[in-house]
Write a protein that binds this ligand. Structure first.
Ligand SMILES: [Zn+2]
Length: 258
């Protein structure tokens, strides 16, 4: 049984997010040209987030080094690796997406426009969205996440992006598309940890959620899909989960170089 099968079976199946907004078009969110950026906001009171406190920071389904579960062949570059293992990467991305979508599905009653008026991911960090007029705008987190998850789902279902038929080549833009998907999913993780970890604890789902995120990080680091600047943010606007990454590295859970 795979790691994700074990997660899927042990999790309470959540209903799909019922308030998914209409699919954003390429005019509102093309993959490379209109990436939301992060901006700094004022509100600094520093308090250690719950997800960095014991025992929650150690709560994970799989003990030990998460690199050991990234059991994929060595590769020279991602295109070469994909050519050999064309099914594995899309399958894993589907799994990350589906599991994250299920977690967010049970949090939607808490992640409302009132509770989360911006896409926060740290005490001084809110992500902004680039609208059709190419202006950076603050969106409620629920809207932002809705856009991201719908866009990722469309990417994963697009046969020109993720060819499923044998004989079809991956497009040259495939690595950058996958990195962009990774960046956006990371932001959803970052918001949930920052704004909704108390609810994750209430649901007693922190071992599952930590395991999912640790696997996401380990896989992203191993295959260079994860940009450290996205994970850490800036000194004035750090990403909350950047500290979690450092803690897990220090605990030996993530054996990664950077
Ligand atoms: Zn929220």
């Amino acid at each position: 049984m795979s790691f994700f099968n074990s997660i899927g079976r042990s999790m309470t199946r959540a209903p799909r997010n019922a308030k998914r907004s209409p699919t954003p078009t390429s005019a509102t969110f093309p993959p490379e040209t209109q990436a939301p950026k992060q901006t700094q906001v004022a509100a600094p009171p520093a308090q250690k987030p719950l997800f960095l406190c014991s025992p929650f920071v150690e709560a994970a389904l799989v003990k030990g080094n998460f690199k050991t579960i990234v059991m994929l062949p060595k590769y020279v570059d991602i295109m070469e690796w994909v050519a050999v293992n064309r099914c594995v990467l899309p399958m894993l991305l589907f799994d990350f997406y589906n599991n994250l979508n299920e977690f967010y599905g049970v949090l939607t009653e808490f992640c409302t426009q009132q509770n989360c008026p911006t896409m926060s991911a740290g005490t001084t960090l809110n992500y902004t969205w680039i609208n059709q007029d190419r202006k950076h705008v603050h969106l409620p987190a629920t809207t932002y996440i809705d856009y991201v998850m719908t866009w990722v789902q469309n990417m994963l279902n697009d046969d020109s992006v993720f060819p499923t038929k044998s004989g079809h080549d991956f497009p040259p833009s495939f690595p950058s598309t996958v990195k962009h998907i990774y960046r956006q999913l990371l932001r959803v993780f970052a918001h949930i940890y920052h704004a909704h970890f108390a609810q994750i604890l209430h649901l007693r789902s922190e071992p599952h959620f930590n395991s999912l995120f640790a696997h996401f990080l380990a896989f992203g680091a191993e295959f260079e899909l994860l940009e450290m600047r996205d994970l850490r943010g800036t000194s004035s606007a750090p990403v909350g989960v950047g500290a979690l990454w450092e803690r897990w590295k220090g605990m030996g859970i993530l054996a990664v170089k950077s």
